[in-house]
Design a protein around this ligand. Structure first.
Ligand SMILES: [Zn+2]
Length: 84
């Protein structure tokens, strides 16, 4: 049986960033763009090298290729830790 749940990820400033389908246990380090269910700040638009929170302007993380898939490596200082 596979683990999977939808979580909300917020910025430290309180603004919602995205809703994500997380398929594994553990801390959220990187997110695959294809698993973002709701994108509040335009992460999946165009190729933003460093998407930012639209409310406070802080960098959310950097986009990189992980195993041939686009993933956002989260900036742990900007993203509010998510309870799992
Ligand atoms: Zn923010």
């Amino acid at each position: 049986m596979s683990f999977g749940r939808v979580i909300d990820v917020d910025c430290q400033c309180g603004a919602p960033l995205f809703r994500y389908y997380k398929s594994s246990h553990g801390r959220l380090i990187k997110v695959f763009l294809e698993n973002i269910r709701k994108d509040f700040v335009g992460i999946t638009n165009t190729p933003p090298q460093a998407p930012v929170c639209t409310a406070c302007g802080k960098e959310i993380g950097v986009i990189q290729l992980v195993g041939g898939r686009l993933a956002l490596k989260l900036n742990q200082g900007t993203v509010k830790s998510v309870r799992l």
